[in-house]
Design a protein around this ligand. Sequence first.
Ligand code: MSP
Length: 512
Amino acid sequence: MGQDVFYITTPIYYPNDVPHIGHAYTSVAADFLARYHRLRGEEVLFLTGTDEHGLNIQRRAEAAGIDPQAWVDEMAPRWKEVWAGLDIAYDDYIRTTEPRHEKAVQRLLTAVHENGRDDIYLGTYEGLYCVSCEAYYTEDELVDGMCPIHGRPVERMVEENYFFRLSAYADRLLEHYETHPKAVQPETRRNEVLSLIRGGLQDFSISRTNFRWGIPLPWDPNHVCYVWFDALTNYITAAGYGTDEERFARVWPADVHLIGKDILRFHAVYWPAMLMAGGVEPPDQVWAHGFLTVGGQKMSKTNATGIHPFELTEHFGVDSYRYYFMREIQFGQDGSFSWESMVDRHNADLANGLGNLASRILAMLGSSFDGVVPEPGAEGVEDDLPALIADVARRYDEHMSELALSQGLAAVWEVVGRANGYLVERQPWNVAKDEARRGELAAILYASAETLRILAILIGPIMPGAAQRLWEQLGIEQPLEAQRLPSAAAWGGLPPGTKTAKGDALFPRLDS
Ligand code: MSP
């Protein structure tokens, strides 16, 4: 990794329309990871943005009767607004129409062009083009004559283009992936990439002359840069390539590019080869997740199956939204969204699980101790909670480093389940009736409140809003943002005397 910084990216999205929950899926996952690494005390650079050049955008703008720059200027804020509404806390938002990016693209193009190996050459291209993918396909890649991803007609295009000599990089790519077994994950995607490379690589064209909406090639401005060459370069632009070499050395290579499986070939074949050709190290890891599906198909605007994230947050709230997608679907696999499963998760894990746990504990602290956290008192009354929590914190960390996001959350919810079970076993509501058992009651409620404190910290990355509300109800003086793993999850951190206050339910129950 870049020596000092955990650098994580999402794909930059095409702003031809507003986001749907499929796009948000990648961004929520990236935000969950970014927040987790911040919680561990790491310096994080979380990058997202919009991919604003190319024929697709140009046509969309034409259809709207405005120029492409005006179109993307209007759309970029609409993407940012959705990210704000989903608590996506990126550190940098890149737009490929920014000057810093034009500089970086031209710099990389020049570096490749001048590397002395003739890696860029002029040729003629004739092929079948899908404008939605911004990519050429061969006859046999088509499905019933249509684009395999979008199911839309492809167009025959003939152009004089500059080509990138990808074919010369097969051996170096294979060697790279053999010596870096984690560089593409999950394993199925790694195998897919290896067989793509072994199957032979064809040079690809990196310039276009049939439209103007792109970055001009430095040595031949009649050509604009191919949108994928342009787009991929965003990851080094934001790290300072071409504008701030000192920063670039600190940040690059990226720790992980999170992507959907449809854009694996660009990220795991084109991109590392482009970097090698330009004398830049490839990223540490490309991690490709699956699709959100509707009726077995990739959810998309083209199929009219895209759901806007706010249609869901309106009912569930943002924390439940984020939790649902990360918990319900094994990261890496496809998953289908349904209202029923979302309501079930919400009620079971959040309303009845964590929410109920918090409200019971805070209510008992209120009625028995005026809301003030008692001294832990009698030893042994905490039972297995400290040991379980220590074990969960360790497993959560392992899962997060493997991007086993759902398993990470499942581990945390073992604590929720156990803590609810603990209350049932220890029956503090009965203990409270007996003045002679005051010490025992104090110990039970201390252990319970301490469990809540640690839970608030552990859920912060996935449910930042709920974590903060729970933290405020607990009344702990130190701010939640100041907590760091692993030390903050060590048992016994809740100061006796802390003044708690039961507030509104964290997660109101929903009717199906
Ligand atoms: N602009 C390119 C990416 C360039 S990155 C250098 C692009 N944009 S996109 O807007 O079409 O898609 C961006 C991401 O959203 C991709 O990772 C894609 O997989 C993801 N998703 C779009 N629809 C999706 C689902 N239905 N499910 C999960 N992810 C989906 O490609």
